[in-house]
Design a protein around this ligand. Structure first.
Ligand code: GRF
Length: 210
């Protein structure tokens, strides 16, 4: 019997961050306000000791751990992160501005249990600087996507998306700010869906059960 099956509610969330931490904060507020029912955040992992999100998490009273990469290869770094996630019996991993690609060994350990949020309407504009890519391409609409993490770059099955307009006067900063408001709402909704388990993954399609 797997941990997932042996454990009753609440689902134990682990959040990985590298920087600002606003999506981590949005998830924490959503858990507190019961917009993600039957879930608790049991660990916030940062690979950056100076991440602003780290002090936000500490102020919220969340368990935090800093696991920096320096001086080690990816395998060693990931092994330590996986150890921390397992030690805290994490069911679901939420990437929230985590700036490293995960190896397939890591992904296999949490297959269909790692979520990411990306500031574009995937599959448009994967990778870095998605908002700058959107403006540069001249699209009239962009948005954000929550998806399961697989071995491809921002390419796993899509759980939920929101759109925002790209306005003629937009800069990368103004578009990013408009998208970020929607990111914070969307991530909580998507995590709530996954925690409920009311969905099937059919190929690339994540279908909510009625
Ligand atoms: C967000 O735009 C998210 O979509 C992307 O990285 C940014 C992280 O921001 N993956 P924050 O650290 O959650 O504030």
């Amino acid at each position: 019997m797997t941990l997932e099956h042996s454990r009753k509610n609440p689902k134990r969330l682990g959040i990985l961050i590298s920087g600002r931490g606003s999506n981590m904060l949005a998830l924490a507020e959503a858990v507190r306000e019961n917009r993600i029912p039957n879930a608790e955040i049991v660990l916030v992992v940062s690979d950056n000791a100076d991440a602003a999100g780290l002090s936000i998490a500490q102020d919220l009273g969340l368990n935090t751990v800093v696991i920096v990469r320096s001086g080690r290869n990816r395998e060693e770094h990931e092994r330590e992160i996986l150890g921390a996630l397992k030690e805290h019996e994490v069911d679901l991993v939420c990437l929230a501005g985590y700036m490293r690609l995960l190896s397939s060994d890591f992904i296999n350990d949490f297959r269909n249990r790692i979520l990411n949020i990306h500031p574009s309407l995937l599959p448009c504009f994967p990778g870095l600087d998605a908002q700058r890519q959107a403006i540069g391409h001249g699209v009239k609409w962009s948005g954000c996507t929550v998806h399961f993490v697989d071995e491809t770059l921002d390419g796993g099955p899509i759980i939920a998306q929101r759109i925002v307009p790209v306005l003629d006067g937009d800069t990368e900063e103004s578009l990013s700010a408009r998208i970020l408001v929607e990111e914070h709402r969307l991530y909580a909704e998507a995590v709530a869906l996954v925690v409920r388990g009311d969905f099937d993954v059919l190929g690339r399609r994540v279908i909510a059960k009625m």
